[in-house]
Design a protein around this ligand. Sequence first.
Ligand code: DAH
Length: 350
Amino acid sequence: MTIAELKQQIKLLKTQLASETISSGLRSKYLGKKGHFNQIAQVLTQIDPTERKQAGILLNQFKTFLENHIANQETSQPEAADWIDLTAPGIKPHVGHLHPISQAMDEITRIFERIGFTRVRYPEVDWDWYVFESLNMPKNHPARDEWETFFIDAPEDQEKGKMVLTTHTSNGQVREMERLDSQPPIRMINIARCYRRQQDATHTQMFHQFEGLVIDKGISLQHLKGTLDYFAQEFYGPGTKSRIRPFHFQFTEPSLEVDFSCHICGGTGQVVTEDGTKQKCKFCKSGWHEVGGAGMVHPNVLKAGGIDPEKYTGFAFGWGVERTYTLKEGMNIDDIRLIYSGDLRFLEQF
Ligand code: DAH
């Protein structure tokens, strides 16, 4: 072999080295016992003795080049694994889930569907007629003050009045009667967003309500109480009781407020501490949690929906989803605004 041929071989190996994509194994491939360098170094004996010295220098330079180049590769690139441990735990992909309020709405829907209710949705920007007037609250009626209303800056409708952001889901009552051509039986569960001018630890400007409406021949307060008890057991767990108290709404007669027994103290208002003494239950203070309103549909509301109050009667209820949900066992949410903060540290707990 001549010096020129040796130079050519070194050149070839340099090109090959430059095109290597994986750094692992390079050292043994080029500098190992049976590596490329040792192989070309063997040709030294075949080289003309007069050129041997020069060949030795060339080979030494090449070895230093290899050492440096490979060392560089090894430090700049992490060792790539040349085998895979199939038993090693994988990287868990991040799995999202429905927002807790969406979960609550699904659960409420399923509970009422099991006893024959149909889930409906109605506009969340609606006419004054559906939100107030058809619900026995004529224009300028003081009862309207209860709802701190957002009005829409839009032209009024001659018959249906101003446009508002729905302050409650009760706007669905007369709409549902119209949808069914004023033909009972009606068993509706309307879940939707509501809006009021309010904001503090227990109120948000946007919240959700679920509204039940049942109209048929012979519907009485007993049907309402039975439905409340059923919901209490299904949503809050076996043993939860419901309680009704007299109240006033324009759209129901009689009107009621509904409470559910507290799951912490079982409705007694007292808890027994570790040392045996009795203390007031901090969660409810009275044994009961108020959740919302209900009552027997007012004859004027039935009339507004084209239904004859002499033939048919009905009951209705309307509660906040957020409030109903945060009273569930183990919730412990003291600021309702957290629900809509979008903070994943909060949301991922559900
Ligand atoms: N709409 C009422 C509110 O937002 C709640 C309500 C009370 C709804 C009595 C009803 C009902 O259907 O019968 O405060």
